[in-house]
Design a protein around this ligand. Sequence first.
Ligand code: DCP
Ligand code: CA
Ligand code: CA
Length: 364
Amino acid sequence: MQRVIIHVDMDYFYAAIEEREDPSIRDKAVVVCMYSNRGEEGGAVSTCNYAARRAGIRAAMPCRQARSLKPDAVFLPVRKGFYEEVSKNLMAILHSYADSEEAFERTSIDEAFLDITRSCNSDFDIAREIGMRIKEEVKAQEKLTCSVGIGPNKLIAKMASSFRKPDGITIVRTEEVQDFLRPMPVGKLWGIGKVTEDKLAQMGIMTVADLEEHDIMELVRVFGKNKGTWLRHAASGIDETPVRERSASDQIGRMASLKHDTHDEQIVFSLLTELADDVMNRAQARKVGFRSVTVTVIFSNFKTSTKSRTLSHPVSDRQALHDTAREMMGQFLGETTMNFRRIGVMVGNLSEKTGQKSLFDFAE
Ligand code: DCP
Ligand code: CA
Ligand code: CA
């Protein structure tokens, strides 16, 4: 049966929630900022609405820079716990449209995949109707807009949802996949990060079409077997990974307390290395690769915070796990001067498909 997958991504999520909560700011540029302990000056932009984007403001930009680009914008602090609550409500709506309990996969606070193959009987016209109904229900229940992508697999659905934003819906039928993908710059392929994009550019590969036509042996030579093959498949729009619910058995994680509450980089990194090694050993013992890495910090005031990276294909690479975990922990250390009480490392989206070392290149 021809699979039909829907990907839903909320539009300018945090800022849209803030607009909903205070309609008086709706017509202004709205910037949601993650402030560090150094106060308002040290923060970075989490997201912003489209009026702010027109002024050149982008996620991850220093708030100070955003302020100079648009002095009359409304600047608001992130309210993560509240957005998580909204996310829960949204996910419940989305979940109800999936073929089954298991045919649903939340991939971040504001997006999810749904397998609707049976619900639409592999018919993309019916799938469009389902996509429209989802958009209407999300708007009616939560007063928020989302963008929907529908395709024969997760790769295409994900890329389709970002094709028309905000409030868009894009259907890419199996026979339209090639036309959809080939003109795109390779950097737009879901799963290709900056490092890979640069490497491909050095090889003269700029578009997806270039990538699809490139000698596969050379791709394998440069990127290794796993990633080389994945690149070629992605360029052809091939992706067989299933939509599936994340469960506890889909994660391997370890947490531990620091001997004393501390903000010392060496002490934190040394415990992090131990934890990551342990997680890697358990992943290897289970012979699984992983597609996501999460680092958790519980601060001395018991506040908990996490950071994650997700990849388009599973890997099993100790060095990469260490590097990624350290990078995220380094961000935590830089964002705050508060002491850490406990830290944790977790790998998720486990899969039996890999085993081989391959190049890490986190997307998103
Ligand atoms: N987010 C963040 N820091 C980033 C990127 C995102 O805190 N560097 C948060 C804020 C976003 C939310 O995650 O609202 C979802 O991220 P998206 O990348 O989906 O971005 P938006 O939903 O904000 O915008 P878009 O309409 O482009 O999807
Ligand atoms: Ca979004
Ligand atoms: Ca998103």
